[in-house]
Ligand binder design. Structure first.
Ligand code: PBE
Length: 296
């Protein structure tokens, strides 16, 4: 089930490095599956994408006997970086938006059974009563929408500079017209408090920090709190948080959405065109999950 996020990070890295393979001449053909040791390098076990990848393991004969290795997003990215440097084979749980697609030449393996879903969107969820208590904050949350390209530019800068807040501020400065669309008709605040919960993923760090600064520039006091994915949904449903920008739907967080949808307000997509998949560097020959080979 959804559990511990951080404690596995340390062991995660070393096992991912092993999973990423050690030899050079092995990115192609049937050897690929063997050379990654029939192991997909994953992220936190509580993440929706891990459940989706588990479904792929169940549904594809080509993934018979494979292992989905949980870790954390940071170590997974390091393992990917190391593998690419040596042109080693690796297969990861990947998603869009993510800066890794801007930084490396990667491809999604085709997923004809749609085990990892089709197009996803990221939705904003507000607590019940927020519209009445704070109609302007609600309006801004409702009007916040951007594109994969926009969020990826914030994510890339945040990952390169290691400072998501600065990346968010810079983007706001560079994109006043976009910010004006979101704040159109929203009255200035005078210190009203807004609380947002998010999962500590680059996507959510980018969107949450951007909106935090837009709110603050308008005179609101914003608290942002990183939590586990299940808690993110629960906090909005119980009213402990005012909103979250990190609802991945319909597949990734589908079960949590169904659990809580009657206790929160779905403000719809703040980003269209998100996606989950099994991702490999483009030098890997396989193009489809069906090109992989079951473990004998
Ligand atoms: N993600 C990104 C998430 C949330 C943020 C796709 C990795 C997941 O729950 O899988």
């Amino acid at each position: 089930m959804r559990k511990l996020k951080h404690s596995i990070a340390a062991i995660g890295l070393s096992s991912l490095l092993v999973a990423a393979g050690c030899s050079n001449d092995d990115s192609n053909g049937d050897d690929f599956s063997e050379n990654v040791n029939y192991t997909i390098s994953g992220i936190e076990s509580g993440a929706g994408i891990m459940q989706a990848a588990d479904r792929a393991l169940d549904e594809y004969d080509s993934l018979e006997g494979w292992t989905l290795l949980p870790s954390s997003t940071g170590p997974m990215a390091i393992a990917l970086d190391n593998a690419i440097r040596d042109e080693d084979p690796i297969i990861i749980t990947g998603w869009t938006p993510h800066w890794m697609f801007a930084k490396y030449d990667l491809k999604y393996l085709e997923d004809p059974k749609k085990a990892l879903g089709e197009t996803e969107h990221i939705s904003t969820m507000a607590r019940e009563g927020l519209e009445k208590d704070n109609p302007d904050a609600y309006k801004l949350l409702d009007q916040f929408k951007w594109s994969v390209e926009e969020i990826e530019s914030v994510m890339l800068e945040a990952s390169e500079e290691g400072d998501p807040e600065a990346a968010a501020r810079n983007w706001i400065e560079d994109n006043p017209d976009r910010v004006a669309e979101w704040t159109n008709g929203v009255a200035e605040g005078n210190g009203q408090e807004i609380s947002l919960t998010y999962t500590e993923q680059d996507t959510e760090l980018a969107s949450t920090n951007v909106l935090k600064h837009v709110f603050e520039d308008l005179g609101y006091e914003v608290t942002i709190t990183p939590v586990d994915i299940a808690i993110m949904w629960q906090s909005v449903a119980t009213g402990e948080a005012d909103a979250t920008l990190g609802g991945w739907l319909p597949t990734t967080h589908g079960d949590l959405y169904n659990e809580y949808k009657d206790q929160l307000v779905d403000l719809g997509a703040n980003l269209e065109g998100a996606k989950l998949g099994l991702v490999v560097p483009s030098y890997v020959e396989a193009d489809s999950i069906e090109d992989l080979k079951p473990k004998e």
